[in-house]
Design a protein around this ligand. Sequence first.
Ligand code: BGC
Length: 739
Amino acid sequence: MKQEEITALLDDMSLEEKIGQLVQLSGEFFSANDISIGPIQKLGIDKKMVELAGSALNVVGAKETHDVQVRQMQKQPHHIPMLFMSDVIYGYKTILPIPLGLGASWDLEKVGEAFTNAADEASAAGNHVAFAPMVDVARDARWGRVLESPGEDPYLNSKFAEAMVKGLQKNLKEKQGQIACVKHFAAYGAVEGGKEYNSVDLSISNLYQNYLPPYKAAIEAGSNMVMTSLTTLNGVPVTASKELINDLLREKWGFNGVVISDYASIYELIKHGFATDETQAGKAALNAGVDIDMKSPCYSNGLKDLVSNGQLDEVKIDKAVLRILNLKNKMGLFEDPFYGASEIREKSSILTDSKRKLACQLAEESIVLLKNKDNVLPLSKEQKIALIGPYSNKNTLIGMWAIHGDPQDTVTISEGIKKYVPDLHVCKGTDLQRNREFLKGLGYLNEEGINKVVSSEEVELKNNYEAVEAAKKADVVLLALGEDTYEDGEAGSKTNLHLPKNQRHLIEQIAKVGKKIILILINGRPLVLSDIEDKVDAIVEAWFPGTEGGNAIANVLFGNYNPSGRLTMDFPYASGEEPLYYNHLSTGRPATNSQHIGRFVSKYIDCSGGALYPFGYGLSYSDIKYESIELSSSQITPKSRLEITVNLINESHWTTTETVQLYIHDEVASIAQPVKRLVDFQKVELKPNQRKKITFCLKPNKLLFYDNEGKEKIEPGYFDIMVGPNSRDVITKKIEYIE
Ligand code: BGC
């Protein structure tokens, strides 16, 4: 449609119709399957308003979306097509590793391609908008949603935000893409104590420097939608924050797309103690700049009265509706309300060989080898191998937010390994969880369900016994352990980051047998491994690796893929260290290099502190030496560039991919600066015994920081330039910035 036609349509719409466009409801309202995540609540929405609703949440499938679209369009006076939006967060049917794993790949290009694949599958199934990318900076492993984020670093998350948005939206014109909806604006990742839905309180400089950049990068990459966070920021619920939505996002950043609330977050303004009732909540959100009300009755039940009693200017509603109509028009929905979706296309585009292949490559790249004592890995097919543990045969490798994925399509660990060792001995060893109270707390199992997943004492003893016997007969034991799917993701906050007691007990029993042990971890967050690390020979962090998980794990174990993943969140020594992140401030009494010795420094008295495995860390089967770094100058000015050359050598017979990381530290500034922060990286391939020089070009804008008014600053003075394979083991040189 031409813009004049859109405007004419808007002019012709009744107030109710316009309000309908601002309402998003889930499947059950349209007699469709409902697979939404979130609290179920009777909304008390008028039937008329349901008919006028402008978008649907998590209704998927070519047939389902087609039928709902036809029914709804018939009911609407202007036959306006609906937008179908859903949580395609890391794949639709071909499930990728969880985003924390994708982050560990540091592979922007492949992740972008994989998001293009996800959008292809989802659009073929009638889906228009992906509620992705989720790029909240995640510094606290207690927060279950770290699973959904690329990690703790603002720069890396920004790069992933860009790649993911571009990937999703790449083929929009061909009707094979999806609109990106970046979330959760803003700073959801900083929930106090890592507790889900908790408050966020941040200084302005911290907000601008560490939390806002990924959302901004997504907007700059063209994200057409933004989702607000469920939380407050400095006392104001983000969903009602004019300062954040209208003033910053729209006016300062120039975003002219659609803003959607998170699930019921407008209604929740009442619970926050910010609005007296649904009507006032709706008014606050609309005034702040939220266009679509996801799954709450506030807009549908309240906006009309607000307009008629003069509390709300209809022009504000018009503006929101226009943005939504423009988005529908951008997708060509007025001409083709089904956006090219069909059951035939759906069948032929999901889980294709090429999509599985890319998912497998990314799963391989996401795996982080945390320990490999005496090069126990890779394995050889000649060794006698026992695969033990609750994850050996499980197909639940796709993680909590893969709500459209099917575990049945997933390659299990034993299936992957059997391709190398057909007569593999496999046994369960123990349950995934045996703590019934804990399982109850996960909220998806009733008593009967718990009885199915927790074995009797007798069976548990038998499982343990079998595992020990299997270990005795093997040369190498693979222990596949980890977290339950529902321990991570939304509403999966935990205070204890250890593996469950029964799994640790199994490790101890197997360790007593004295065979080599390779621990394979399936989990969605950094775990505390300090108490088990010395009982095993190797640790393979595989995250929830997705549909191709079993194949990828096996390829890494048998050396068909030389591991290259690097952590994007710190792994702590103890849960009590959280939030733990590498780019922290120095404090006046740092634990090392302090003027004080002994007690009076910033540390915990009962824990060695810092990270067991830090940000950027990961081993490979190769041995890469960072010989030296050279700088083109020891000074940088506003107009100059600095070349940083790194000399690497691969002292092994393995071809390898090395992720070379560049960090800086501003020594003295008017706002204290992090001890180091990532400003660039390169993934480079090195052939056996190859020497390579790689060069970074540092522009002065990398030295910027934000003050407490949110303004960018660079101050003259000295900076450390650090290069290394991770955030801990770096070579440092000093430069001076001169104005
Ligand atoms: C989550 C969002 C999600 C939405 C729709 C909410 O509970 O916070 O991330 O996109 O539900 O399913």
